[in-house]
Design a binder for this molecule. Structure first.
Ligand SMILES: Cc1cc2nc3c(=O)[nH]c(=O)nc-3n(C[C@H](O)[C@H](O)[C@H](O)COP(=O)(O)OP(=O)(O)OC[C@H]3O[C@@H](n4cnc5c(N)ncnc54)[C@H](O)[C@@H]3O)c2cc1C
Length: 246
């Protein structure tokens, strides 16, 4: 009798996987097209050739990334669904090579408590105007968080009051605490441009609220989907990757 059972591929295991990020955020893999071999085969099309066995294939992939032959890496695509606060999106959408579609506050009313509440309050860095360093002490942090939550509650009450007065959703949302509001997006990017994003946004000078998403993508999706590419990335593009941010 024929055995029709096949063991799941790494792609099968990754599809639909969701990872929690920040207090209420998440990112899940909706689709992935291609793997390390697709990159190698795209490069070999120049000679109308294909795989030459794992050792030579991996060596070629490393050569490609080391010498920035980037177009074969564009043959692999990732599609994510992601829930992140606006403070994260604001920076993410600057990466023009991503294809994005977003939830609209004009169609769907926002939900109560779908706001980002930080676990700690980072302090303004002294030497770098764009960065933070250290944290507010615990007592002061708790008091500030209480104020933030009261602010969210008041904002949402005003939002609802405007909706109940018949104001359009597109205007009532002016009352919401802008940067803290969580939005859901669908995003697609190829592996070359994803590596560019990861290099900038996993770096220690990136803001924590985008850094944790970049790391989640790298650890949970990029590395398992493209193990050779991830190894080459850590060798040539981002050597000395530090530990995951807390
Ligand atoms: C730590 C940090 C701090 C930042 N601070 C600021 C800030 O203070 N203010 C601010 O405005 N931005 C800031 N940015 C955003 C930054 O300037 C870039 O907009 C963002 O990182 C996206 O990078 P990118 O354009 O290379 O990526 P993508 O838009 O994904 O583009 C990838 C590459 O494609 C090419 N490309 C894409 N579109 C074009 C185009 N239209 N023309 C020519 N080439 C193109 C470029 O080579 C580009 O590098 C910051 C980014 C980081 C990481």
């Amino acid at each position: 009798m024929l055995d029709n059972t096949t063991s799941p591929t790494p792609r099968d295991q990754l599809l639909g996987k969701r990872v929690d990020v920040l207090d209420q955020g998440w990112i899940e893999l909706q689709d992935v097209m291609g793997d390390d071999l697709a990159i190698v085969n795209a490069a070999r099309v120049s000679f109308l050739g294909e795989s030459k066995g794992p050792d030579r294939d991996k060596k070629l992939l490393f050569y490609l990334l080391q010498h920035r032959h980037t177009s074969p890496f564009e043959q692999v695509e990732f599609k994510f669904r992601c829930h992140a606060p606006l403070v994260t999106w604001w920076q993410w959408v600057r990466h023009r090579t991503w294809h994005v579609n977003a939830q609209s506050g004009r169609y769907t009313p926002f939900e109560e408590n779908d706001y980002y509440t930080p676990g700690t309050w980072r302090l303004q860095a002294r030497d770098n105007k764009q960065a933070s360093e250290g944290e507010l002490d615990e007592t002061a942090a708790r008091a500030l968080t209480d104020k933030l939550l009261a602010h969210y509650e008041r904002s949402f009450a005003l939002y609802q009051e405007a909706l109940e007065a018949g104001v359009a959703r597109e205007m009532a949302r002016l009352f919401l605490p802008g940067f803290a509001v969580y939005y859901t997006w669908v995003l697609k990017v190829d592996a070359h441009n994803l590596m560019h994003f990861l290099r900038l946004r996993m770096a220690s000078d990136a803001q924590h609220e985008i850094r944790v998403y970049a790391w989640a993508i790298y650890e949970h999706f990029f590395k398992p989907a493209l193990p050779w590419t991830a190894e080459a990335f850590e060798t040539f593009i981002m050597p000395g990757l530090g530990p995951l941010p807390e």
